[in-house]
Structure formats: C-alpha cells, structure tokens
Design a protein around this ligand. Structure first.
Ligand code: ATP
Length: 338
C-alpha cells in the first residue's frame, strides 16, 4: 500500500487542493491519501475564520464526491496546538513503512521546507512529492535546487531525486489552477463569485453557516476601534501615527491607520502588539496580516479598518497619506504625552 499525506490549513479547501490531490493520487499510484487539516500551522499567523471543526467539515464536503482514495484524517485537530508534520508522519509510520509513505506539498512549500520542524527527519521517514503551483517554479536542473536541499541529494534525475536518507523526491506537474485560500477568503468577504475556485459543496456549507463574513459586527464602532488601535501604536513608541476616516472617498476600507517604526523589527512587533491587544479587548483576530516576516510594510486587515505599519524608511518611499488627502484626518494624539 502506498500512502500519501496531504496537509494544509484548508481555510477553506479549494480547487487547487482538489486538483493536486486527484492528479497526484493517480500519477503516483497512491492507494490512500490522508488529507490532514492543521490545527494551527506554526508558520502562519492566526487569523479570524471558521473553527477547527468547521474547517474539518469543509474538507469532508470538498472530498465527498471524489471517492475512496481520500481519507480525511483529523489527528492534528485532535492533538491541538501547533501542528507539526513530523508528528503526523511518525503517527502514520506506526502502520506504514517509510518507503511507502509520500508527503505531498506544493512548490511554495518546497521553497521553505527547511523551516519545517525536523525536515531532515521527515525526509528520512517519508518520500516527498512536490507539485507545481502557479507563481512558484520547480527546479529544472540540479543547481536550481534550494540550498538547504543540495546536501541531501544522492542522485538527481530531472523529475526524480534519490536522497542520501534512502527516500526519494518526485516532482509532479499539475494543470495550473490559479487560486489560494487567502484569495478565496477575500472573494467571499467581498461577496464576489467563487464557483470557479470552490467545489459547490464547500460553497454551500460556507453560505449556510455564514462563514468568511466581514468581521464588522464583532467590532461595532470602527471610529472608536481605530482610535483604540492608534493608542496601542502610540504606547509602543510608533513614529507619526495618523488615522483617516475614508468613508467619504472611494477607498478599500472605511478607516485607515498608518504608523512607522525605527526598524523592521519594531514595525513587526508593533503590528503583533496591536493584534494581541485587539484579541484581548475585542476577541477578534485580523482577516489577514501581510508582511510581518519582513517588517518593511506590515498590513493588518480588520475589514473596515486597515492598518499599515512601516519601517519608517520604507514609509517615505510610498507616501500613502497622499492617497487619503481627501479623507478626514482624525488628528490622533498621543495619549501618553500630557
Ligand atoms: P493560504 O492562501 O491561506 O496560505 P493555501 O491556498 O496555500 O493557503 P494551504 O491549505 O496552506 O492552502 O495549502 C495546502 C497545500 O496545498 C500546500 O502544500 C500547498 O502548496 C498546496 N496548494 C495550495 N494551493 C495550491 C494550488 N493552487 N495549486 C497547487 N497546490 C496548491
């Protein structure tokens, strides 16, 4: 028996996942693929969205018409906390020999695979299948392999690599399905059509359960919320905190905040402080957060409020304030300066 493992946040599961599962199962001749929703991916920041049980149900819905090869495995949700693939691999290893176990990941994940806990052990306990994904290249020759990976290679033969660990890696080309879960969440929140990117059963479950709606209701008064977030930024010594009411102009949000830090680290940590404080006070997580790893321009999206936290040097390059000159300046004042 050849057994596959396909993990992910599945927030929500989409046609990119289905396409990969169906193609890989067939091309690699897998007898069964465990589809394993993560409780929390350690490399992703927690965002607002469905509960773990709802994501599990979404995965079930997404696969219900695709038959016997796919097994929805809830072990990471049962373990809870941060989900590490090595734990899932080791639990399946109790019943499956390493040469029969295949971990399936997209080309995006192959690039950052060295950040995964015990990745070398994973490559000892299971084979790897790397699929194409629009926007990410798969290596065409040995010298295009990521640096972290080169030392592990025993023999390279275009789409197939023998590893020194005894396992192998194969690259599988998929038909391009250009979609990501983050993109789907944006479409759903904006009430835009999703039928091309979501299985119908998933879309119906989302609609029936009111998932991925804008988070406005939980926040209520966004003017007050904006000044709350502004105060957190002031308390963390942000440079030039400015807030705008954009309700009168055409803009992606009704309110916006902009601030900067003296370093990329300062910017990232301020964004994280805001997320933490909002979670404590409002019990709400952002709809999305981007750029926090680099800290040059961190964008925290609370729907009707979008917060931009820059490394000050980068802020000057963009001068976003110019875009909002017709909005209403909230003239935020540092409450810590009396
Ligand atoms: P997000 O946008 O929230 O980061 P995602 O769309 O990347 O999510 P995940 O659930 O994190 O989805 O991905 C699970 C697995 O599916 C990963 O190995 C990823 O590479 C793969 N995958 C996701 N989208 C596609 C796609 N369009 N084509 C091929 N593989 C994909």
């Amino acid at each position: 028996m050849r057994i596959g493992i396909f993990g992910g946040s599945f927030n929500p599961p989409h046609m990119g996942h289905i396409n990969s599962l169906l193609t890989v199962q067939k091309k690699a001749g897998l007898d069964r693929v465990h589809v394993v929703p993560a409780a929390q991916n350690p490399l992703k920041i927690e965002i607002e969205g469905p509960s773990a049980e709802q994501r599990l149900e979404l995965v079930r819905q997404s696969l219900k018409s695709y038959g016997k090869h796919f097994f929805v495995d809830d072990q990471e949700l049962r373990r809870g906390g941060l989900s590490y693939t090595i734990d899932t691999v080791m639990s399946l290893r109790k019943d499956v020999d390493p040469e029969d176990l295949y971990l399936i990941i997209g080309a995006d994940q192959f690039e950052n695979f060295s950040q995964w806990k015990d990745y070398k052990k994973i490559l000892t306990e299971a084979n790897l299948i790397v699929t194409t994904r629009p926007g990410w290249a798969i290596p065409q020759e040995a010298n295009e392999l990521p640096e972290y990976f080169k030392d592990l290679v025993a023999e390279y033969d275009f789409n197939f690599i023998e590893l020194k660990t005894g396992r192998n890696v194969q690259f599988i080309r998929l038909e391009d399905v250009e979609v990501s879960a983050s993109e789907v969440r944006k479409l759903l929140r904006a009430n835009r059509p999703v039928e091309k990117v979501l299985p119908l059963s998933v879309e119906s479950y989302i609609r029936e359960n009111g998932l991925y709606r804008p988070i406005g209701d939980k926040i209520g008064d966004f003017a007050k919320f904006t000044s709350f977030c502004g105060d957190i930024l002031f308390s963390k010594k942000a440079i030039q905190v400015r807030g705008f009411d954009l309700t009168g102009i055409s803009a992606p949000s009704e309110y916006t905040l902009i601030a900067s830090g003296t370093s990329t680290r300062h910017a990232s940590s301020m964004a994280e402080n805001v997320v933490q404080a909002v979670k404590e006070e409002y019990n709400v997580l952002p709809q999305s957060i981007e750029g926090v790893d680099e800290g040059r321009w961190v964008l925290v999206d609370y729907g009707s409020l979008i917060i931009h936290v820059f490394y000050d040097y980068v802020r000057q390059e963009y001068s976003l304030e110019k875009l909002w000159k017709d909005g209403k300046d909230l003239n935020l004042k540092d409450p810590y300066i009396k």
